[in-house]
Write a protein that binds this ligand. Sequence first.
Ligand SMILES: *Cc1c(COP(=O)(O)O)cnc(C)c1O
Length: 444
Amino acid sequence: MTAAVIPASAPGTDGLSVWPASTTRLAHGGLAVAGVDLAEVAERFATPVYVLDEGEVRERCRTYRAAFPEAEILYAAKAFLSRAMARWVQEEGLGLDVCSAGELELAVVAGFPPDRIVLHGNAKSPRDLDAALRLGVGRIVIDSPSEIARIAAAVGPDGRQKVMVRVVPGVTAGGHHKIRTGTDGQKFGLSLSDGSALHAVTRVLAQRRLELTGLHCHIGSQITEVKPYVTALRRMVGLMARIRDAHGRVLPELDLGGGHGIAYRPGEAALDITALARKLRGELVEACAAAGLPVPRLAVEPGRAVVGPAGVAVYRVLAVKHTGDTLFAAVDGGMSDNPRPALYGVRYAPRLIGRASTAAARTATVVGRHCEAGDVLAAGVELPGDVRPGDLIAVPVAGAYHLSMASGYNMVGRPPVVAVDQGTARLLVRRETLEDLRLRDLGG
Ligand SMILES: *Cc1c(COP(=O)(O)O)cnc(C)c1O
């Protein structure tokens, strides 16, 4: 990549604020990420393709470590996991959060130390628990009363497993009702207000095979304000004080979960991680002093904020249609590689890449290729009026909950993941092929 580049932060480069920091404009109208022309990635690996900026992921891990020097940072693998991703996160000093035997085993195969892994899940399968105990995960987060005896039995008479209890602190936060998990009336955790959290803690403490290290909460996702975390923190410290009063036990850990919000479109708010860290630290010290508790070790579990902004999805336009007043640009992917607009009404800012256009901008709707009218990637966005088949369209902020939520719909096959770093591109996860799909189908 030798073309002249203009840094994304230079004046006149509006609209690139949500792109990876390494993004540069190329003289011919294209865009490069980490020194790699996205049009070249599209040529070499075909489309649709997810591009992941390794440096951006690492930099985001470092931002967390610098903001929370005393806390444990656990990357939430469900946002995106591959063996390379597990390695980057580990090298940057983070732990890992998993919710299934699949995520757990992939991470361990990649060399991730099991004792730095936490297993979550509101309905852990026998296979999940078996893998957790066999591989020796650091902590298992108990999410329902029935798990207590189940885990204790699975641990066996000579074992001892570290566990936490997931508490619902009664805090409403999160970008969409489907991703709010901090209040009663949703499936996760044990209620603080009705006493079921304290009751579960009492039962865990009675199990010699379980070592309760602390409390956990995760109030939602895509949260852009510090306040709900502060409210949750105070309530959690209150519960820790009640546990001390009732049982004489001081818990050494407090995990406040993830959910840190990011901007998907220019001008949108993102949670300020440094401000969050500073505020939580101060509040924790204060609340613990007031309750006469030693300050527990804090843990946070960001997923989206670590990997979301590091990813870009690149599509090729297959068809352009004018229906009524709407210009539809249909691309070669859609809801099978990004179900988020259909699930949560998330809005993205796609842009034409790979060529310069002098045509006036038009309001357009970028749709996918799937057999659903709801297969819309982005409605009401601005694209050059001369957008045509063969053009490349890139969607930034595609690193989290894209591939990990991708499906086999229409047997299109899930896209590959290409890492870009210092001017080179390499394949991390290959494209799902017809052969992959055929092999699973036994023909009987
Ligand atoms: C999903 C989840 C996370 C990560 O959420 P993000 O919004 O990606 O930061 C962290 N902890 C738990 C328990 C989760 O379920």
